[in-house]
Design a protein around this ligand. Sequence first.
Ligand code: 3Y8
Ligand code: NAP
Length: 249
Amino acid sequence: MSKILILGGTTEASALAEALATRGDDAVLSYAGRVANPKAQPVPTRIGGFGGVAGLADYLRNEGITHLVDATHPFAATMSRNAVEAAADAGMALIALTRPAWTAEPSDDWQHVADIDAAVATLTGPRRSVMLALGRMHVAAFAAQPQHRYLLRFVDTPEGPPELPDHRLIVDRGPFDVAGDVALMREHAIGVVVCKNAGGTGARAKLIAARELGIPVVMIDPPVLPKRVQVEAVADVLRWIDHAADLGV
Ligand code: 3Y8
Ligand code: NAP
């Protein structure tokens, strides 16, 4: 009998949970506990870190997990690396459910950078109106460029004010829509958008809005992840679970 652990936190993870619940599979979805009220799921959830590779390997064994699905965000590199190691330790089948990186269209004005620090460096120069669509974790790095007017978008209201002298804070969670992001960028006269190349549909609206408004984008490339079996469709995960079960994996 299969028991599936989904490492969640993305639109794809939620879609997989929905599909597994519909089939009546025994599954649990795991959140890190990064936001106050994570989205409700149609399968049982667990919230919080496992305690590194060893903690995850113990969880897999103790909970009788038979299939591990890493459906975390492309920038959740530590979790994905831990999943590869823990699956190997526990002799567990692992698959990643991910999404392809976004690619620019001819009318887009994107500057690709390797990481947050490189994105900060692109903002050297006179004051601009900058939309930081990066969430809460990386705002402090942009204090190195305090001259700008920043528009921030967080999932939760932060305990203290963000450390940027001139900022506006929107508290909202995706998935976002194009009309909403066009209105937001117009209202704040955004001159540049800084974002992660997250792929998927939940955060893509801002890129379409930037394209419509002719706004340049600083696009942070995703981290390199370890080699693992990976697919981009829920149906491929279901086939993998059923096939592995046939083989008695
Ligand atoms: C806690 C759990 C679903 C999943 C929805 C996706 C889409 C909407 C768009 C912008 C970009 C950003 C951020 C974003 C999006 C989806 C997806 C996605 C980007 C929730 C969620 C959790 C998180 C964690 C949160 C991070 C932050 C990143 C905001 C749930 C809502 C910027 C990533 O306050 C914090 O500490 C937030 C931290 C990690 C990145 C950061 O650096 O701040 N996601 N987001 C998960 C956990 O605890 O394990 O409630 O749904 C999930 C979603 N956020 O099922 O519908 O699939 O990616 N999430 C980015 O892509 O750049 C917003 O504003 O345009
Ligand atoms: P990360 O940096 O790769 O992971 C840091 C630690 O958080 C992990 O070592 C693990 O702790 C814990 N963790 C991460 N994801 C977890 C999960 N799904 N279940 C249980 N523990 C988890 O991760 P992150 O970038 O902070 O992302 C955290 C969560 O937000 C993930 O669910 C991810 O899918 C979601 N998310 C992240 C982004 C992003 O931009 N990073 C965007 C959208 C959604 P232990 O070592 O103690 O096990």
